[in-house]
Design a protein around this ligand. Structure first.
Ligand code: URA
Length: 506
């Protein structure tokens, strides 16, 4: 306690209990519980302000309000029953209270005491999100954990000149909750013996390589920190920034804009984003495409159009929105005059990175189908109905999303060019998207098309399963059957090579 006297003496004298840390609050709360002092009899405050430590700050997690907009009076609490003896609080609740104590809400100490008091009264649902206080407690814990996570992720250390002496690295951050102590522990374990300082508006911590020193506010803003490391950091950031992989929506989800002001790279990111949009993306993609193996289909000069809607190179395609989220466009690969063309759906995660169709798990299965059917995959032209990877983020993974009909249609432009150049006798449509694309209609179903080849716009169309569908089948038996269907379809495609359109397939 920062003021003179024990918690109960102060409370009896009608004085506020001034606490600054969780340890102080815990000591006071324990004494009050032992003496059965209900929450409405206690006034809590901070030694700095006389009120709560952060009473000036807006509450990040609102206290519950009644219909008149006021917090419920303490007298709303059920009448208490005396609970003599030392309180026994479970570890899980204590951990939640300790986390919630870092949340900057004006009434945090009073609220925590109300929670612990209710628990001691036998109201154990006070810990549950279904309870009004429990919901607020859980929200406070969540807000604090989020802030810890953000501080780990967004803090940027700048190196100081060696002759300036320790600390070697300094960082400025404006946390929204009081998470500096736990964040300091994180960096002690990460940075070993090197010395550093983290400054915030409220306090600073200095690690000298062996001991952590807590100090008050030392600097007022990030400009006060020495900036020698900044140029180095910006150079590094520019060099790792890959415009071809820029996904602005995901980036903003990961680093909300209010964080940018204290990130050194925040100053250059808007510029780099606009550069990327203007053309740096193309440069990144040309490199990747240039390294690709296989045939590139040349586009005749008369086909090259200046307008965006008629891109002369696949990599410049903006005919739908998918280009924005993909690393690069993935064109087809294979012999220029292949007799069979495989058409898949769209590049997957691995294909998007490699710039080649069917090189991931689905491609491996396709290889096995070819082997089993006795067909050399290298004689087949392999492509996709849609040339850009469509995906959605799931944690750190990019999950495939089925392309929309309008995206399939936008990509006909490229498939037509491939068909014009390769002129395959047989197209093997792998799955429903490919089928819709090659038949130019959404009114077709895989079920009706498998095993029933049709002659359409100058090509035989053989429909079969998509290899990813086979890979996802739940049972080994179903997988075996579907695999065999794919093998049979490829054999059928081979048979059709010598057949005239009017000759019905065997
Ligand atoms: N799935 C497809 O449809 N195409 C690929 O290239 C890879 C996976």
């Amino acid at each position: 306690m920062s003021a003179k006297g024990s918690a109960t003496e102060l409370q009896r004298a009608g004085q506020p209990l001034l606490v600054e840390t969780f340890a102080e609050w815990r000591e006071a709360a324990r004494e009050l519980l032992i003496h059965d002092v209900p929450p409405e009899m206690v006034t809590w405050g901070s030694p700095l302000t006389g009120g709560d430590l952060f009473s000036g700050a807006p509450p990040a997690v609102e206290p519950p309000h009644d219909s008149s907009g006021h917090p419920p009076p303490s007298s709303d609490l059920p009448r208490h029953r005396p609970t003599h003896g030392a309180p026994s609080i479970p570890r899980s609740l204590m951990d939640m209270l300790q986390s919630a104590a870092c949340c900057r809400v004006p009434d945090r100490w009073a609220f925590l005491y109300r929670v612990i008091w209710r628990w001691q009264q036998g109201q154990h649902d006070v810990q549950s999100p279904a309870d009004e206080d429990g919901a607020r407690l859980n929200a406070m814990v969540k807000a604090v954990r989020r802030e810890e996570h953000d501080m780990h992720a967004y803090i940027r250390f700048r190196e100081r000149p060696a002759e300036a002496g320790p600390p070697r690295f300094v960082a400025w951050y404006e946390p929204q909750h009081d998470v500096l102590p736990q964040v300091a522990e994180h960096f002690i374990s990460r940075m070993g013996k090197v010395s550093w300082m983290i400054a915030t508006p409220e306090a600073s911590v200095l690690w000298d390589g062996q001991t952590l020193h807590n100090t008050g506010p030392l600097v007022k803003n990030s400009e006060d920190l020495e900036d020698t490391g900044e140029a180095l950091w910006l150079t590094y950031y520019r060099s790792v920034f890959n415009p071809a992989r820029l996904n602005q929506t995901v980036m903003q989800q990961h680093i909300p804009s209010h964080r940018w002001k204290n990130l050194p790279e925040g100053k250059i990111v808007p510029h780099m984003i606009s550069e990327a949009a203007r053309g740096a993306r193309k440069v990144g993609q040309y490199e990747a495409v240039g390294q690709r193996k296989g045939t590139t289909i040349p586009i005749a000069p008369e086909d090259a159009q200046p307008e965006r809607q008629q891109p002369s190179k696949l990599d410049e395609c903006r005919r739908c929105e998918l280009w924005q989220f993909a690393t690069q466009a993935v064109g087809g690969e294979g012999p220029k005059k292949a007799q069979i063309m495989f058409v898949g759906e769209q590049p997957g995660d691995q294909e998007d990175l490699a710039g080649q169709p069917f090189v991931g798990p689905a491609g491996k299965l396709l290889d096995q189908v070819c082997d089993k059917a006795g067909v050399d995959r290298d004689t087949i032209y392999v492509t996709n109905a849609v040339k850009h990877f469509k995906w959605e983020p799931r944690g750190k993974r990019r999950l495939h999303k089925t392309p929309a009909q309008k995206e399939i249609e936008a990509c006909h432009y490229w498939l037509d060019k491939e068909l014009d150049h390769v002129k395959p006798t047989v197209i093997v449509a792998l799955g429903a998207t490919a089928l819709k694309s090659v038949m130019r209609t959404a009114n077709v179903t895989l079920k009706n098309a498998i095993g029933r080849p049709v002659f359409h716009e100058g090509h035989w169309i053989v429909t079969t399963y998509h290899p990813s569908y086979v890979l996802r089948m739940p049972s080994e038996e179903a997988k075996r059957e579907a695999f065999q269907t794919m093998v049979d379809s490829l054999k059928l495609a081979q048979d059709l090579l010598d057949r005239q359109p009017e000759e019905p397939p065997a």
